[in-house]
Design a protein around this ligand. Structure first.
Ligand code: PMP
Ligand code: GLU
Length: 397
């Protein structure tokens, strides 16, 4: 069958692919430790699960309003007010089936052929492909480790052209963990306003921050940038709710209304039961979030220190999210039994073959010098996994 050309323009999500591969190898009996999936290893807190069970018992099982139930929109409005000091009305909020779906609807609503969308690298794997599916061109903006993997305003201004429609910002970042301060965002906001482009602010890791780093959203800088901002967030990461598929956007009414119109012709609405669970996540007891973040913080400290202890690996210290993105390029050119490590994909393959360790190649995130490890896995797995990586590196000649 001749498929549409758009299918050939994109690749299957590499982060989901590595997870599927690790699971398949486990099913074959291999003792795989996976640092692949970016998914909290904790259960969804009990109060949230109970809210969902209650909604089933109450028969809350029908179609809902396309953009989300008013109760959930109000919980999101209250969250944005309480946590970020941002004011939105119901017509400026849309709820979708995960932040990935939000970004997809947003791209469909905003982008078309001829548009350029600035995607700073290292980037989350799905941004370029979501832009491509909308017919627009992702423009990869390479950030430097020396700049803390952050966009700087002067370099940003240089890459903006007459075709530039938007910038995608992700703070805390997947895969680097880099997180912008308010002042850094203010300087970027000045460029956004001056050049009159949209900023898509993916804040899905907002709650996962370390060492007291305060979270700032670019929309908090002021009204002029807020009018050009679409804030994207969801419950997957903060509340260990990846499978429930609830994400949301807050932004200008015309954009939100276009996203809602598109959603009415794709999923109709996000799942009724999950929406009730998300109300409880946002309005209910928040103590589980802090407990999870504390566990992630201990793991981060351990994984960064132990990776840095392996000769040939250097590791940026993430301020947020639950990934490390070590530079392993000093190992390229080394060999094992005659095969050469040529780059991040070949090193990831080597770790899987020789050490039963699943990681994602940095190339999937736009940086071939690195690999990504998710530390949303137990301390026991992390200890054993890093030891295996160290031993595998020692075998390279
Ligand atoms: N943005 C980033 C940066 C992510 O890492 C993820 C991970 N899944 C998402 C968005 C999408 O999250 P979800 O669809 O589960 O809400
Ligand atoms: N965002 C997570 C990751 O980067 C989950 C998988 C995905 O949606 O890409 O691993």
């Amino acid at each position: 069958m001749k498929l549409a050309q758009r299918v050939g323009r994109i690749q299957p999500s590499p982060t989901l692919a590595i997870t599927a591969k690790a699971n398949a190898l486990r099913a074959e009996g291999r003792d795989i430790i996976s640092f692949g999936a970016g998914e909290p290893d904790f259960d969804t807190p009990a109060n949230i699960r109970e809210a969902a069970i209650r909604s089933i018992r109450d028969g809350f099982t029908r179609y809902t309003p396309v953009g989300g139930i008013p109760e959930l929109k109000d919980a999101i409005i209250e969250k944005l007010r309480r946590d970020n000091g941002l004011a939105y009305g119901r017509s400026e909020i849309v709820v979708s089936c995960g932040a990935k779906h939000v970004l997809y609807n947003l791209a469909q609503a905003l982008f078309e052929e001829g548009d350029e969308v600035i995607v700073p690298s290292p980037y989350w794997v799905s941004y370029p492909d979501i832009v491509l599916l909308a017919g627009a061109a992702p423009v990869i903006f390479e950030t430097r480790e020396a700049d803390g993997f952050k966009v700087t305003p002067d370099r940003l201004e240089e890459v903006i052209t007459g075709q530039t429609k938007a910038l995608i910002l992700n703070s805390p970042s997947n895969p680097t963990g880099a997180t912008y301060t308010f002042d850094e965002l203010k300087a970027i906001a000045d460029v956004i306003v001056k050049k009159d482009i949209v900023v898509i602010s993916d804040e899905i890791y907002e709650k996962i921050l370390y060492d007291g780093f305060p979270f700032s959203s670019i929309a908090m800088v002021g009204e002029a940038v807020k009018r050009r901002s679409v804030v994207v967030n969801g419950v997957s990461k903060a509340y260990a709710m990846t499978g429930w598929r609830i994400g949301y956007a807050a932004g200008p009414e015309d954009i939100v209304s276009a996203m809602t119109k598109i959603q009415s012709q794709n999923t109709s609405n996000p799942t009724s039961i999950s929406q009730k669970a998300a109300v409880e996540a946002l309005n209910g007891d928040q103590s589980a979030v802090g407990e999870m973040v504390e566990a992630f913080a201990q793991r981060r400290d351990y994984i960064v220190a132990s990776l840095c202890g392996i000769a040939g690996i250097s590791c940026f210290n993430p301020e947020g999210a639950f990934y490390v993105f070590p530079d392993v390029s000093a190992l390229y050119g080394k060999t094992y039994k005659g095969s050469v490590i040529t780059g991040s994909a070949s090193f990831a393959e080597y770790l899987l073959d020789v050490a039963n360790i699943a990681v994602v190649s940095g190339a999937a995130f736009g940086s071939d010098a690195h690999i990504r490890l998710s530390y949303a896995t137990s301390m026991e797995n992390i200890r054993e996994g890093i030891e295996r990586i160290g031993n595998a590196v020692k075998k390279l000649g």
